[in-house]
Design a protein around this ligand. Structure first.
Ligand SMILES: OC[C@H]1NNC[C@@H](O)[C@@H]1O
Length: 448
């Protein structure tokens, strides 16, 4: 039987995000955020679901942490809700909000679970959106003020910090396609938002360094290996352009301090190039301790004369998919890891999200036998192991997600958790995949 053993100090974890699990959307002084607003507008979210209650993790966090402990989970990636700390995004601090995260983080540490904290996982205080949101460079300063307080409060006990989760999603889905909060549909705004988010990332990394804190800090990017539908040169170029749009724009900025020339040219031609300076790029590329990668699927592209602004369209192949309609393509993770290793100086990598949504059911025994999720996780971890065996500095893996939760525009229709949540009763049911993952952690290895 083949056994794939991981490096002895490999980080095995699970991941969640504040808006998706906490609920308590207007409790204990929390300010409104853009997802509270976006979900309150009928038609934006599947069946008008919202995060007002979610998994009620705000009140059930101790029970949830007990489940982590029982499963032998030692690392937990969570995000902090900015508007719980600064209801207006800056200035007055909400002590009850701060106290919640103190209780949460102290409980984790008391159980021997190391927190990895994401400062921004999409939930901008609405008051800041009202002044232009991330398109307004002033918001960068407010993000630095928020980060500084978090570093002061938790910098000595949180060993891993992630400045931003998936700036591409925030900018494109939230400001170009309009399917995420704040629901804007303008590419020029979207690319300026992406730039300002990256600039805020660099400023916060510099701040972290100036405070002589002992942990590690990085950023999480959603990345996808890109393939042309055919070897026709137009399809090949379409895949390259989409790779630039999704991957290289962010990787080059953060790790090389430049935007990729081919995309700068394309965006300038389309009059959507953001405003930026050389100084901005120097700040954005402040050295990070690790790159966080969220990988779910690959992207297959074809040339499309009518596709604005890239002339490239995603192709939906008839291959096995998850409940999100995303092709199950584990080798894409290997391709991504090795490409980044070779093209970006062997940067340390954490897989900060990987996982799958499937239409889980509770069987007559009250169990969730999610072998399909185990299969997905096994195949992707095997590819991760393959990359490590070829020298990639992959240091850890955070499974998305610990709990079924609010899946943004899809609401509660999509279940990513290794723990099932009955949203009517808030009962938790540990799925078979959680027991499987618990064994992987215990053995630090995969067994066929
Ligand atoms: O779509 C699944 C996940 N992708 N990355 C960001 C998370 O918030 C999502 O739930």
């Amino acid at each position: 039987m083949q056994k794939y053993t991981f490096p002895k100090d490999f980080i095995w974890g699970v991941a969640t995000a504040a808006y998706q699990i906490e609920g308590a959307h207007n409790v204990d002084g929390k300010g409104e955020n853009i997802w509270d607003r976006f979900t309150s507008i009928p038609g934006n979210i599947y069946k008008n679901h919202n995060g007002n209650v979610a998994c009620n993790h705000y009140n059930l966090y101790e029970k949830d942490i007990e489940i982590m402990e029982e499963l032998g989970i030692k690392n937990y990636r969570l995000s902090i809700s900015w508007a719980r700390i600064f209801p207006k995004g800056y200035g007055e601090i909400n002590q009850k909000g701060l106290d919640y995260y103190k209780r949460l983080i102290n409980t984790l540490i008391s159980k021997g679970i190391k927190p990895a904290v994401t400062l921004y996982h999409w939930d901008l205080p609405q008051h800041l959106q009202d002044m232009g949101g991330w398109a307004n460079r002033k918001v960068i300063d407010y993000f630095v003020e928020y980060a500084e307080l978090m570093f002061k409060e938790f910098g000595d006990v949180v060993p891993i910090w992630i400045t931003h989760n998936e700036p591409w999603v925030v900018s494109i889905l939230g400001h170009a396609w309009g399917v995420h909060a704040p629901g804007i549909k303008d590419y020029k705004t979207a690319l300026q938002v992406a730039h300002n988010i990256l600039l805020s990332h660099g400023k916060v990394v510099k701040l972290y360094r100036s405070m002589n804190l002992k942990g590690k800090i990085g950023i999480t990017l959603n990345l996808s290996s890109t393939h042309p539908l055919t070897d026709d040169e137009k399809d090949v170029r379409a895949a390259e352009v989409y790779d630039g749009f999704l991957n290289r724009w962010f990787l080059d900025a953060v790790l090389k301090g430049t935007y990729p020339e081919d995309m700068v040219k394309l965006y300038r031609e389309q009059n959507i190039l953001p405003e930026y300076t050389d100084e901005d790029m120097s700040i954005i590329s402040e050295k990070i301790d690790f790159l966080g990668i969220n990988y779910y699927t690959r992207s297959v592209l074809k040339y499309d004369e009518n596709a604005y602004p890239l002339k490239a369209s995603l192709v939906d192949l008839e291959n096995p998919k998850t409940d999100m309609g995303w092709e199950i393509y584990p080798q894409g993770l290997y391709e991504l890891l090795t490409n980044i290793h070779h093209n970006y100086g062997g940067v340390d990598i954490l897989i900060t999200e990987n996982g799958a949504a499937f239409n889980d059911i509770v069987n007559y025994k009250g169990k969730v036998v999610d072998d399909y999720r185990i299969d997905y996780l096994y195949r992707h971890l095997r590819e991760a192991h393959r990359a490590i065996s070829e020298g990639v500095n992959l240091r850890g893996y955070y499974l998305w997600s610990f709990l079924d939760n609010f899946e943004w525009a899809e609401g509660y229709a999509k279940r990513f958790g290794i723990v099932f949540v009955d949203y009517k009763t808030q009962q938790r049911i540990v799925k078979e995949s959680a027991y499987w993952y618990s064994n992987v952690i215990k053995n630090n290895s995969l067994c066929e």
